[in-house]
Design a protein around this ligand. Structure first.
Ligand code: NAD
Length: 307
């Protein structure tokens, strides 16, 4: 793996959604300083998804240009992914990297959640990431090159009070990315997910200043740079990143119990092996549905797979 200090993106076009502030701004400034053409997308609304403005994106574009970089603004919502990718194609003739970063919060307890809180979160995080990736995909396939980062959250991986809409959307992006990784790999389209933690307007009201101080969004950038560089080989992976800590996450399955798949498998039979079902002392790390079918096959619950 090349060191981030050496990573360059000359001639490539990087689309960063939600690049008007927080993490997205830091990504955009980084790529702008490493030779990339940057599409700085931002709707410019509040962190709850209200309103819009061109200012957030324009300020970042100006900063990149002032330092000698190449950037153009786009003010569409990520739900309009075609227009964002079109901005890349019209201005720079190509798209190489997509950072699905735009996001909002509509925190509220499940008891008080309104359909609008649910729908807006799904629209921005899930539909937005889908629309941007869908619009970029034909270009990636044709040029046999693409790098995609999608942004999950610890709230999605572990749940968090008042965030069931956000948690659902963020974990959806993990599954989304795992499938894109499987479909993209033969075209050299590598797709990974990050669950970042960083000081931004999203977190500034819920964390104390001394903690925010060590969670600079800049500390998330190096991992994203590495995962989106041409030298990267990692795909379908999920990383937690923030404050200088980076860790990979994966699914763990207990060895489990095998019940006979016949009429003896009744609710009453479940407790007989319940401890085995919940025992993680012999874990497995599945990477796809096929792993489960192989397991049943090995246990002779399924006919052997004909080669
Ligand atoms: P932020 O609010 O500073 O940045 C999000 C940006 O997205 C804003 O500039 C906003 O205007 C833009 N945006 C919102 N809706 C948009 C839309 N429909 N179309 C285009 N742009 C839109 O917050 P941040 O902390 O930098 O968050 C960046 C991403 O990281 C988000 O996806 C967030 O959910 C995720 N995240 C952040 C943290 C954290 O600790 N900051 C933790 C977990 C996940």
């Amino acid at each position: 793996m090349a060191s981030p200090q050496e990573l360059r993106f000359d001639g490539q076009t990087v689309v960063v959604t939600g690049a008007g502030g927080g993490l997205g701004k830091q990504y955009a400034l980084f790529y702008g300083s490493r030779g990339a053409n940057v599409v700085v997308n931002d709707l410019g609304g509040s962190f709850k998804g209200e309103g819009k403005s061109t200012k957030a994106a324009d300020v970042v574009v100006e900063e990149i240009r002032a330092k000698g970089g190449k950037a153009v603004g786009n003010y569409d919502s990520v739900e309009n992914g075609e227009a964002i990718i079109e901005t890349a194609i019209k201005n720079f003739g190509r798209v190489d990297v997509l950072i699905n970063n735009a996001g909002i919060l509509r925190d509220i307890s499940f008891k008080n959640m309104k359909d609008q809180d649910w729908d807006l979160i799904m629209a921005v995080h899930v539909r937005g990431a889908y629309k941007c990736a869908r619009a970029a995909w034909p270009y990636f396939r044709r040029q046999k090159y693409g790098r995609v980062i999608s942004t999950a959250s610890a709230a999605g991986l572990f749940g968090n009070f008042g965030q069931c809409n956000y948690s659902a959307a963020k974990l959806a992006l993990v599954g989304f990315t795992e499938t894109l990784a499987k479909e993209g790999v033969k075209y050299n389209i590598l797709c990974n997910t990050i669950a970042p933690i960083a000081a931004s307007r999203m977190t500034e009201t819920i964390m104390p200043p001394d903690v925010l101080q060590v969670l600079k969004p800049e500390w998330v950038v190096p991992l994203v740079a590495v995962l989106t560089h041409k030298s990267n080989t990692e795909t379908g992976s999920l990383y937690e990143v923030g404050g200088g800590h980076i860790a990979k996450l994966r699914w763990e399955r207990s060895k489990g119990a095998l019940y006979k798949a016949d009429s003896s498998l009744t609710p009453g039979s479940i407790p007989t092996k319940w401890n085995e079902v919940n025992d993680f002392s012999q874990p497995e790390y599945p990477s796809g549905p096929a792993n489960f079918m192989e397991l049943l096959e090995a246990a002779q619950q399924l006919p052997p797979n004909d080669p």
